[in-house]
Design a protein around this ligand. Structure first.
Ligand code: NAD
Ligand code: MN
Length: 345
């Protein structure tokens, strides 16, 4: 490609503070990637309060028709019900069929004895499970009942499973752990588990991968006690969401953990963290998760050299441990950390 077009969706809160940092990192990479142009796109809660929609169709159309890749900051989704509002990130993943959320969690600095043993990838199914958001509130003479539908399909389990096997195959340990709760949810999680177990039977290239499985609650327990047992983990949507935040705590902060939402044709980088209203507007947001998400996006778009340059710079800043935001025990601002990374790219 001669030039790249990257859609930028900053969203709300610290999403707006960390996405410019990711943009700066990409610009600093220079000739390692094609000339890059950025397209600013709107989505999120503020967008909803201003324009009445959280995810304007122009944003989706621009991503589909004009962009080679995208970066998403974070959006605020109120915990109370707001009529007409629905999280745009959940909708975007579905509308662009970004069926995998790939979340590498690696310790670089010294996050304590256990944290330093973390080197894993959470592969989270991104389109179904409880995130189909089919909820119902039923009031009868007997009381009030709220229900939610949880969808697991064989097709989605198979494609996320293949993605996880593929990732495991490319790593030195070639180990995959299937996360489920089929002791209780034998039909839904049973289908997820059995479908992924079955993959190496038809796709023989994956027989090299050793497969283990773990019930989700004990997976969290073992993650904290012996994180070194994990290499690649594949999980239904909700378990994957929870597990990756837990793994982030082990390596020091949510502020350093990146992800990509990947489909077969498009990738969108996105830090694992949310809009962090508790620190928004205070120049405290750690930009490294967003910067690493930009690197991950470039890697999945086929630009490993550009990605390496960004990752190496981030790792150096973490190892030196001098210029860090407060979440990592430092006193530097978002901008100071960003400049430090850019300088090293
Ligand atoms: P959060 O991830 O925003 O914050 C959790 C904690 O981690 C907070 O204490 C925050 O200060 C800290 N933190 C997160 N990112 C940080 C960073 N880059 N640097 C320093 N500290 C950081 O989760 P939350 O507080 O539960 O949610 C806040 C809002 O974000 C909610 O409205 C939620 O719906 C939304 N959210 C959005 C996404 C997304 O857009 N993908 C993901 C998770 C949460
Ligand atoms: Mn989350």
């Amino acid at each position: 490609k001669k030039s790249l077009r990257i859609g930028l969706i900053p969203g709300d809160g610290i999403g707006r503070e960390v996405l410019p940092a990711a943009q700066d990192a990409i610009l600093a990479v220079g000739s390692s990637i094609p000339k890059t142009e950025f397209i600013s796109l709107d989505a999120g809660f503020e967008c909803f309060t201003k324009h009445g929609e959280a995810l304007p169709q122009e944003t989706v159309q621009a991503l589909k028709n004009e962009c080679d890749g995208a970066l998403f900051g974070a959006v605020s989704s109120p915990t109370r019900k707001v009529t007409g509002y629905s999280s745009p990130i959940v909708a975007l993943r579905k509308q662009l069929d970004l069926y995998a959320n790939i979340r590498p969690v690696v310790a670089i600095a010294s996050p304590g004895e256990r944290g330093s043993k973390v080197d894993l990838i959470v592969v989270r199914e991104n389109t179904e499970c409880l995130y189909v958001k089919q909820e119902q509130l039923i009031t009868t003479s007997e009381g009030v009942k709220a229900t939610a539908t949880r969808v697991i399909t064989k097709e989605a389990s198979r494609r996320i499973g293949k993605m996880a096997f593929e990732l495991a195959l490319g790593r030195p340990r070639k180990h995959l752990t299937i996360i489920h709760k089929s002791n209780v949810l034998s039909v839904t999680d049973g289908l997820f588990r059995e479908t992924i177990r079955g993959i190496p039977l038809s796709d023989k290239q994956y027989t090299e991968v050793t497969v283990a499985e773990q019930i989700v609650d004990s997976a969290v327990y073992r993650l904290f006690r012996e994180p070194e047992i994990y290499d690649v983990l594949v999980a239904p949507n909700l378990y994957g969401d929870i597990l990756s935040d837990a793994a982030a705590a082990l390596v020091g902060s949510l502020g350093i953990v990146p992800s990509v939402n990947a489909g077969d044709k498009f990738v969108m980088g996105e830090p694992v963290h949310g809009s962090a209203p508790d620190i928004a507007g205070q120049k405290k947001a750690n930009p490294l998760a967003a910067i690493r998400s930009a690197a991950l996006m470039l890697r999945y778009m086929g630009y490993p050299d550009g990605a390496d340059r960004i990752d190496n710079a981030v790792n150096e800043v973490l190892r030196r441990g001098e210029i860090l935001t407060p979440d990592l025990g430092g006193t530097s601002t978002t901008e100071e950390v960003t400049n430090e990374v850019v300088k090293r790219i």
